[in-house]
Design a protein around this ligand. Structure first.
Ligand SMILES: [Zn+2]
Length: 286
């Protein structure tokens, strides 16, 4: 059994108040420049990446890229977007020259894509690969990682904590694949299992009609969530997406290292990025 409990006070935003930001900004705000701010953040990331991150520096200098064009006359292939395999094999060259973390964090961005949770809530990430606990959960929300292959005995410390929290009326939100969520519910006593909240993971090419779900990629982390409006909202404070001729390319706006810019998540999934007609912030249509 592998598990870890995380401190919850490491939110990138400090308060976690931006969770509703996925869906709470109005169309009016968008029309008054949010789209320009989003675009400007992306351009800043591209330029600083070209200046400081070896993988992109070499690739864009030799092959070029578009939108923005960094080397006059060199427009690159697929607008400069890169495949996940290329990025994964680059490893140390994704770290800026000044140094930084080498490993990707599959739990990155979980806190911001969850809707507001009550204090004392427990978020259980089901992951057989042993990822680290999420570090960006809202304040006073606890997080843990649970190996779905280690739940069969039903006697683990984590399962006992989940059961106790549910039994006393607390909130437990499980995050994982459909298969792992079913396995967890089966490992809990019947009554607490009914109260278990579930957020299924969806890869970019699996987006469905909800009613719940988180867009996830093992390298880039959590990219967005299914909103109450019935659309797949991007975490646009931290994630930029654009359309290329090879599919949707994603950029992490706030992660210095390893740097992920214009990655063709899922190997290149065709889709569009448009403002939500209800909320005005970007949603993906695939
Ligand atoms: Zn919406």
């Amino acid at each position: 059994m592998y598990f870890l409990f995380a401190a919850s006070g490491l939110s990138l935003t400090g308060t976690g108040d931006e969770s509703p930001g996925l869906v709470a900004h109005s169309l009016l705000m968008w029309s008054h420049g949010v789209s320009r701010l989003w675009r400007a953040a992306y351009l800043r990331t591209v330029r600083s990446t070209f200046a400081t991150v070896p993988f992109y520096r070499y690739r864009w200098a030799v092959d070029g890229r578009t939108d923005p064009v960094l080397v006059p006359g060199r427009t690159g292939t697929h607008g400069g977007a890169v495949s996940p395999a290329e990025v994964e094999s680059a490893q140390v060259d994704l770290v800026p020259l000044a140094g930084g973390r080498l490993e990707a964090d599959p739990s990155r961005g979980l806190g911001p894509v969850l809707r507001p949770l009550p204090p004392g809530a427990l978020v259980a990430v089901l992951d057989e690969a042993g990822s680290r606990p999420p570090t960006d959960l809202p304040g006073r929300v606890r997080g843990c990682v649970l190996d779905p292959d280690g739940m069969a005995d039903g006697a683990s410390v984590v399962l006992a904590e989940l059961t106790a929290t549910l039994t006393r009326g607390g909130t437990v939100l499980a995050v994982g694949t459909d298969k792992h969520l079913i396995r967890l519910a089966g490992a809990l006593p019947a009554e607490p299992a009914v109260r278990l909240g579930r957020r299924p993971l969806r890869e970019l090419d699996q987006l469905d009609g909800g009613p719940y779900g988180l867009v996830h990629d093992r390298m880039l982390g959590y990219l967005g969530a299914f909103g109450a409006c019935g659309r797949w909202h991007l975490d646009w404070h931290r994630v930029y997406a654009r359309e290329t001729d090879a599919g949707l390319a994603f950029t992490l706006l706030r992660q210095d290292s390893p740097r992920f810019v214009d990655v063709l998540v899922g190997g290149g999934v065709r889709g569009r990025v448009v403002p939500c007609p209800r909320h005005g912030t970007p949603v993906v249509l695939t």
